[in-house]
Design a protein around this ligand. Sequence first.
Ligand SMILES: C[S@@+](CC[C@H](N)C(=O)[O-])C[C@H]1O[C@@H](n2cnc3c(N)ncnc32)[C@H](O)[C@@H]1O
Length: 275
Amino acid sequence: MKRAKDYREGDVEYEFGVPIPGRILPPEQWVKTAIKRLPPPGPIDWSAVFGREAPLVLDIGCGNGRFTLASALRRPEFNHVGLDILPVVIRYATRRANQRGLSNVRFLVCGGHEFLENYVAPHSVTEIHVYHPQPYKDPEKQHRRLLTPAFLALVHRALVPGGLFVLQTDNPAYWRYVRPLVDHFFHFQDQEGPWPDMPEGRTRREIYARLKGLPIFRGYGYARQDLTDEDATALAARLPPPVFSAEEDRDPLEEGRTRCSHRPKPRRIRRTRRR
Ligand SMILES: C[S@@+](CC[C@H](N)C(=O)[O-])C[C@H]1O[C@@H](n2cnc3c(N)ncnc32)[C@H](O)[C@@H]1O
């Protein structure tokens, strides 16, 4: 399989048979989209970073950056920042944005919670997108879950009044946990079916999950304007932490069958000794 660096001008890249948005431009049109080192904590001046004032879109846990790339191509009038804790995925995402000449994109390595807490000025972001945050099925790692009440309060704080929050997962337990919580911070509604702008899937994980036949839970909402930052923080402290089992749900039909089983008992096979 070709790696990102093996692609040449004009190539269309694919993942799971679906083209990655955009085409590789001639090298003289490439740009630099990496923020390689974060400054000391403090609100980042995005107009200085991008060299222009424009509404800002964040993609938190962006993975290979599929959504960010597509959105940046489709909406050149928006600035986009994709971030992830994993340097390798950011390297891929950055190379693709560079080669597509996307001067309205930056990628960086940082945890989503820390980024919102330390680098984003209150009420400065127009949209925040979170697609398929890792559910961390191992109970020892569940403390790493991104979606917590405090994180939601930070999303609310980061968004401009009425700013958009988009959330999606293929883990039923994560959705069951977070869905009631988001209503506290956002006027939120479920999205039935794929997003109209990318019906084949907005992200790599969405495409993969659909290939596997997993359910996808999607929704979006607007930051509540009747909630102050102080109230949001106090509210977050009262809401439950993400402590739940993220293992796949058992098939309820299977469970029912086991409970009132009419299946015949397996016959015991008598072993006879060979003479
Ligand atoms: C299942 S992948 C989904 C990637 C992409 N959003 C998609 O839908 O294809 C989850 C991503 O979240 C990243 N991640 C995990 N914890 C994170 C955190 N605290 N902050 C930012 N990114 C995180 C992982 O490195 C991984 O790339």
